[in-house]
Design a protein around this ligand. Sequence first.
Ligand code: HEM
Length: 482
Amino acid sequence: MMTSIYIIISILVLILCYLRWKFTYWQRRGVKQVTEQFIFSKKSLGESILIRYKEGKAMKVKYLGAYLFHVPSLLPIDPGLIKDIMIRDFAYFQGHGTYHEPRDILTMNLFSLEGENWRHLRAKLTPTFTSGKMKMMFETLVEKTGGLEKVVGMYADSGKSCAIKDILGRFTTDIIGSCAFGIECNSLEDPETEFRVFGKKVFRFNALNFVNILVFPAWFLGSIGFKFNGHDVTDFFTKVVCDTISHREKNEVARNDFMHLLLELKNKDRSVTVNEIIAQCFVFFLAGFETSSTAMTFALFCLSQNQTVQQKLRDEINEVLQKHDGNISYEAVKEMKYLDMVVNETLRIYPPLPGIPRVCSKDYRIPGTDLVIEKGTRLQIPVWGLHMDPDYYPNPEVFNPENFNEENKAKRHEFTFLPFGEGPRMCIGLRFGLMQTKVGLISLIKNFRFTLNEKTKTPVEMERGSIVLSVKGDVWLDVQRI
Ligand code: HEM
């Protein structure tokens, strides 16, 4: 009995010594550090990164050591260093460090792949996102605004407040469902459609899966059939893509969408496989619907509290559309300069990805210092911290689209605004994301006036279990027809 107690105590002491050793990693290397874990905090991941950034600024350091569980993670604070990491010395920081394993098909997507596999796939997929291809898909976006206006119009007519986050999530689900999978999801009409249900499920933070990928090696998880997104989600997206491919090939269907472009790569060049198509459709869906609907939600949230900006935007929309016979066209959207400023200012205050992960792939000495970032070290680019830094944006909490007029833009370091990342790994869907965000906003602001309903408490609380920055619950707005 006594022997077992001794063994247990010895094991506990060993674990404590190991953790103490782990949690002094940065200190031992002469780097200022913080040890508080976001996982035990009441804040979202984004808010934790923002707090870390502010702590680093208060310490006047260029980088700060932190930990994700027991894993050391570095927070670069200085925009010059961030530029080196994302562009000049990109060869050392190519990967996002996210889990991927060939036996878990959905994880073999562009966001997660690293090294040569990523480089080849990125080169093959880049032509899919040119402005020419975006123009091809533009009509689908405009088509979907009909459903959006109908749903919001019902709230305007009934005088009831509307939960805009949910409505916009359904709008972008329908767009991406159509453009990535070639499927009419109709989630605007039916909120319980399978696509919407699975789409929401993927974004729910699963702490157990997160622990699994931090603790166990990928080859082991692959060998026991672990599916990071869950078996049901994996089976659903695999089946949807396979059914679409066989329907298109059997009936020789050609559509202006991502699926068609991926099938061309498969059939003409034999450069992608069916499994690769499944993973890419999945990531386009994942990266495409929540980020843009979040951006639109926050834009309407800000505009509801700033009626002067809302009216100025409406005036620009009406003026430009008049020149284009009242039609929302690709060219008309490009002409709307104030809309661009409003969207940028929204992405500044509420960046959908508040932190961008990177992993160091070979030892890297930080220029001008003795610190070598060791191979395998994780980094978090503190996007939200930079965006809310009063050194770059005076009164950072205030919604002010003028932050993005030409004069103010020219005054700032270019790496102080990173909603889409930067460098070779920058968001491949930037054009598409901006396009759907802007088209959605045009259709709504043109037709409706939005005010904040008292059910929305300000400042808003963020969803803790979400990787994308998202309001807890919903944003409730009152709507009037124009
Ligand atoms: C407002 C909308 C969007 C925002 C704010 C956004 C933001 C981002 C960010 C911050 C990254 C990481 C960049 C980096 O590591 O430097 C990223 C990567 C990515 N995004 Fe987006 N995104 C948006 C829309 C989209 C859309 C619509 C798609 C696809 C249709 C998409 C597909 C991707 C993919 C595939 C990657 C990984 C690229 C790679 O690793 O090579 N995104 N996005």
